[in-house]
Design a protein around this ligand. Structure first.
Ligand SMILES: [Zn+2]
Ligand SMILES: [Zn+2]
Length: 61
């Protein structure tokens, strides 16, 4: 069973929302916003725990 997790990340700079796959093994610390093209760094360890509607399954906070 490999159900992929996705979360909607909201950019803190421009508010653009994009759906992304949440990696289960690693924490994603950065992502490139498709709206403002900026490299967004999470305030928590990962961008999902910082800006997404879903936290990553490892709960890295
Ligand atoms: Zn943005
Ligand atoms: Zn996390």
């Amino acid at each position: 069973m490999s159900k992929k997790l996705t979360g909607t990340v909201k950019c803190p700079e421009c508010g653009h929302q994009q759906k992304m796959e949440i990696p289960v093994a690693v924490c994603m610390q950065f992502y490139r916003c498709e709206g403002c093209k900026k490299l967004i760094k999470g305030t928590a360890k990962c961008i999902f725990c910082s800006y997404a509607d879903k936290k990553c399954p490892s709960g890295c906070l």
